[in-house]
Design a protein around this ligand. Structure first.
Ligand code: 3HC
Ligand code: NAI
Length: 709
């Protein structure tokens, strides 16, 4: 046996004999994912080491910025190619020579499992270790559940695997996940020095499968029982978390090989599940949405100081998001009192975090050092970007943009956070339309991950690229949207809420609708959301649109009836639900049900009953159909942009991959048949999107459009 690799694996797994250490370098850009060639290369390298008497130790390192990011996610759903990852980890562990994993960057999932298969582990600063499989609907399937529990104990292993969190080098050392942390960040030199030290001290292979982390049976059993109880409560609807607990239990109760077999069965079940497909789709969708034509073609402008106009709900939340990202913020308000309120809003957000123990007083003071307020626009002369979040009124917005045009430096990016207004019209009202775009945040803006980057007709590519750059700085998921009433998210919301209203007037109670939607996986139903956000917001929008509404379209007045009574939801203690004594979870209200009944009578509807499944089918068909229209019109670039929007802005369950991915799993022909069936009652509302009709005729699905884009 020679030390050279087979040609097909040579590029991705390189071997080099450094004295008596065989250095095995995984070099598979971008993140050293473990595809079939890497797996084969690793086995070959260990075989070579065992067969060569001059090799006294093996050092595994990653080229580029990471050790190994895990299994190759792109291989899931395709036929499995040998060797399997468990075989690789087992072969590493069986090696007769000490194997050292030297970790920098990501050692995640299968990457950490490879390191756990090794006999010794060293990490350098900046390393990120974790078993995040749960976030992809999986569990560690290459011995990770069995080895991690044996190495660091049931409690710590469960906490890692159930949260999917990454730990740094120092925490990994404390947990016992690695043996030492390097003095420098030169992972190769640190790893090699460690290998030489192990050779010098005649260290033998030390196999993780023999580690004693589960020896205290009582402590392990207690940790497992606690994790199971917590998981049953928290991981509603998810397949893999409970299986992770089962695997750790197997690690405690069964011999290693049996535990491995059990783990593999559970892993394969998860890998074949629609949840895994949904979560992997979500993973790629949120990376794809960051790539717009403009980010490919243009460089973003510099972003250091940002102006925020308006210190209300959104302005304050946006200011916090910006401060959190280390940007300098200047807030402009109408007068001193409003400015004071704006600052108080910001402080309230920070105080909330302090009360929850997520922030310290010192950190708040540090953040606020970068905050300034003013009532004069001249304070924005140096701003690189200004985000306007004043009242939703075209005349007010145009007046603000006229001021910005007057004071802002040339090249400043001028953004509006409008929810519905025509951004082309705002842009056309000033002398520099090329600098105007929409940056549509969601409430609470410092928490919600979604940022719609709305692209008006005359904006320059650089400005759009700057919008995406801002999202990156704020750690938000940016989705490119075109200009229309409501962009992607709110336009869909209007339609699926209308479908819910129709269901309510036709006989379903708001409580049943909320429950059915929750059972599908949304954290809240539509009427709970209205009560939380305040029914008055939608009411004001409906009144604004009353004059232009199609008089023949169905209009459900129930929400208006509640608002006319001053029942706006939580803040008024009554909405669709009652919130007595400051309760945050509402209780059903018989009076609301009589109001609904009266409305049914008034419009001449004989109430019908709906099953929860029928409710969900209508609700989703409405959402999917409007999503298809949005793609068809080019407002969203691809179906996956719609998916990312609904998952990150509207609570669509991530494990279902967003409405368009979900539609593919149901079958577009079935969705179309549903829409045509519902159209028999209300043909004006239920008009099948031309895109769905076309895809069904071609036997294609939404995924084909994601691939083609
Ligand atoms: N497989 C295939 N491709 C992957 C990948 C993986 N495991 N991880 C990342 N990539 C791809 C991304 O899709 C992206 O591709 P693109 O450039 O074409 O868009 C590219 O690598 C770079 O990724 P990021 O943009 O995310 O780069 P960052 O530097 O921001 O983050 C990272 C790097 C922390 C490694 C992050 O990509 C990540 O968290 N990856 C997933 C890690 C993971 O979940 N691993 C577990 C996999 S499941 C498993 O191992 C099963 C096993 O137990 C059997
Ligand atoms: P808000 O009413 O809470 O705040 C608006 C603030 O703007 C007030 O503090 C007001 O004093 C200030 N203001 C008004 N005119 C001004 C002017 N000429 N100069 C400086 N300040 C001025 O409103 P909210 O909810 O923060 O909404 C702001 C914008 O964000 C609107 O366009 C809205 O459509 C949009 N939006 C709102 C969301 C929400 O959930 N509330 C979500 C996403 C966007």
């Amino acid at each position: 046996m020679t030390l050279s690799s087979a040609p097909e694996t040579a590029d991705v797994v390189q071997r080099e004999l450094r004295g008596n250490v065989l250095v095995v370098t995984i070099d598979h850009a971008p993140v050293n994912a473990l595809n079939a060639a890497v797996r084969r290369g690793l086995i070959d390298a260990i075989e070579a080491a065992d067969a060569n008497a001059s090799v006294r130790a093996v050092l595994i390192v990653g080229a580029g910025r990471n050790f190994i990011a895990g299994a190759d996610i792109r291989e899931f759903g395709k036929p499995a190619a040998p060797p399997s990852l468990p075989e690789v980890c087992n072969r590493i562990e069986r090696c007769d020579k000490p194997v050292i994993a030297a970790i920098h960057g990501a050692a995640l999932g299968g990457g950490l499992e490879v390191a756990l298969g090794a006999h010794y582990r060293i990490a350098v600063d900046g390393a990120k270790l974790g078993l995040p499989e749960v976030q992809l609907g999986l569990l560690p399937g290459a011995g990770g559940t069995q080895r991690s529990a044996r190495l660091i104990g049931a409690e710590a292993a469960l906490s890692l695997m159930l949260s999917g969190r990454h730990v740094g080098a120092q925490e990994a050392l404390r947990l016992g996940l690695v043996d030492r942390v390097g003095q420098t960040d030169d992972v190769f030199a640190e790893g090699l020095a460690y290998a030489h030290e192990l050779i010098a001290t005649h260290a033998a292979p030390r196999r993780t499968k023999n580690a004693r982390g589960l020896a205290d049976k009582e402590a392990s059993a207690t940790a497992i029982a606690a994790a199971r109880e917590e998981t049953q409560k928290k991981s509603r609807g998810l397949l893999s978390p409970l299986k992770i607990v089962d695997c750790v239990e197997a690690a405690m109760n069964r011999p290693f090989d049996e535990g491995l077999r059990f783990e593999r069965e559970q892993f394969l079940e998860c890998r074949e599940s629609p949840q895994r497909a949904g979560l992997v789709h979500a993973f790629f969708a949120e990376r794809e949405t960051q790539k717009s034509p403009e980010t490919r073609d243009a460089q973003p402008r510099a972003l250091r100081s940002v102006g925020v106009i308006g210190g209300g709900t959104m302005g304050a939340g946006i200011a916090v998001a910006l401060l959190d990202a280390g940007l300098k913020v200047t807030m402009i308000e109408r007068d001193d009192a409003s400015l004071e309120r704006g600052r108080a809003h910001i402080e309230k957000v920070y105080d909330g975090l302090i009360a929850k123990g997520r922030m310290t007083q010192e950190a708040k003071a540090r953040a606020l050092q970068h905050f300034n307020g003013d009532t004069k626009y001249d304070a924005l002369a140096d701003a690189d970007l200004v985000i306007e979040a004043v009242f939703e009124d075209m005349a007010v917005k145009k007046a603000v943009f006229a001021e910005l045009d007057r004071v802002c430096k040339s090249g400043a990016v001028l953004a509006t956070n409008t929810s519905y207004l025509d951004i082309d019209e705002i842009a056309a009202s000033i002398a520099r339309p090329q600098d105007v775009l929409g940056l549509h945040f969601f409430s609470p803006a410092n928490i919600m991950k979604l940022l719609e980057v709305v692209v008006p007709a005359r904006v320059s590519a650089e400005v759009v690229a700057t919008g995406f750059e801002l999202a990156k700085k704020l750690k938000k998921v940016a989705v490119r949207a075109g200009v229309c009433d409501g962009f992607i998210g709110n336009r869909m919301l209007a339609v699926y809420r209308a479908a819910a209203d129709h269901l309510m007037e036709d006989g379903a109670s708001p409580y049943q609708i909320d429950r059915a939607v929750r059972d599908f996986g949304f954290p809240m139903g539509p009427y709970q959301v209205i009560d939380l956000a305040g029914g008055d917001i939608g009411w004001a929008a409906r009144k604004r649109r009353a004059a232009t509404r199609d008089p023949n379209a169905r209009y459900v007045r129930i929400g208006d009836e509640l608002c006319e009574r001053g029942w706006f939801g939580q803040k008024t203690k009554r909405g669709f639900y009652r919130y007595d004594d400051g309760a945050r979870i509402g209780t059903p209200d018989a009076e609301v049900e009589s109001i609904i009944d009266a409305e049914r009578k008034r419009v001449g509807v004989t109430p019908r009953t709906f099953t929860d499944e029928q409710i969900v089918r209508r609700y989703l068909a409405a959402m999917i159909n409007e999503g298809a229209n949005i793609v068809h019109e080019g407002i969203a670039q691809r179906p996956l942009d719609v998916d990312a929007t609904l998952m990150h802005g509207f609570g669509f369950p991530r494990y279902r991959g967003g409405p368009m991915h979900y539609a593919d799993t149901v079958g577009l022909d079935k969705i179309l048949a549903d829409i045509r069936e519902f159209a028999k009652d209300d043909p004006r509302f239920w008009r099948a999107s031309p895109l769905i009709v076309d895809l069904v005729a071609r036997g294609a699905n939404f995924a084909s459009l994601n691939r083609a884009a």
